[in-house]
Design a protein around this ligand. Sequence first.
Ligand SMILES: Cc1ncc(COP(=O)(O)O)c(C=O)c1O
Length: 366
Amino acid sequence: MIPVNTPLLNGNEEKYLLECLRSGWISSEGPFIKEFEEKFSEYIGRKFGVAVSSGSGALDIAVRALKIGSGDEVIMPSFTIISPAQSVISAGSIPVLVDSDPLTFNIDVTQIEAKITPKTKAILAVHIYGLPVDLDPILKLCKKYKLYLIEDAAEVHGQTYKGKPCGSFGDISIFSFYPNKHITTGEGGMAMTDNPELAERCRKLRNLAFEPEARRFVHYELGWNYRMTNLQAAIGLAQLEKIQEHIIKKRAIGAAYQKELKDLPGFQLPLAKTAYAENIYWVFALVADTQELCENTVAKLKTAGVDTRPFFWCMHEQPVFKDLGLFVNEKYPVAEKLARNGFYIPAGLGLSLEDLKRVADIIKNL
Ligand SMILES: Cc1ncc(COP(=O)(O)O)c(C=O)c1O
């Protein structure tokens, strides 16, 4: 089976991990944490980075650090992973959903303003599958209505919007370092900001809300243990040294598939670029003209030894949120079509060009 993803761990990962083991620094107290936070912040162009145990954890922290709570509304796309909606709901707030752009898969920015109410506290912009959200209209709305921007850059390490790094726009931005990302720490994430007080709140919330100044073990609010270990940061640092190489490889994979599959009937290929960015191909995503074609293709690829993943499932169609009485009778036709007709094919950093060609040939011959 050709897997959807294989990470590339051929740099200093082993060397830095051995340093952790030999020095005994294996918890979150180790020196690689600070170094990884500082170097990744410098790369993204942010003043502060707070390393945590996952991208989902970073979202929990972002929402709570901004004091988004009971009754507040947060605008976000319906077509995304569950993590953003889960963080907002866990904080007692309400996700307000918006449909997607059919070509970039990102939130349809023209539909956001109509969803703003006096309860709206933030817009949560999620960059999906490798192309950034059109951020300028969102930044304008945030300014006009005094809203926070939370930027979910979990999938776009090294991507830029109009030349400026994704992850550098949000009041708080977050990344994930799961192994299918452009750089990985195994499991991991980071919350990033330029505001020293917000950074301090993020640090506090990741560490059980211990009070830096108060007596140890006396708490004034609830947090989580979302700490990253020194072992994870060691891997992250080695990965960061190779990020440019990884981005070049991902773009080469994307370009090769574009060339191989360009006249494939019945499928929409990802956009190679928009007016404001070149695709970084977190995944190579195909949208079939019909749900039936999507399902048949995925089944045939499985038989031929090619692994695939379906697209995200919309938030307004999630059974767990229906049970909570959320999003009743809401419809987002573009997001629904993407969820039903979309899937992605092997495009991980470890994919060889021979395997890529094999996958493309199998698809073309179906
Ligand atoms: C857009 C987006 N946000 C958040 C996450 C959550 O990250 P993690 O898996 O590290 O919790 C993911 C995971 O892939 C994601 O794609």
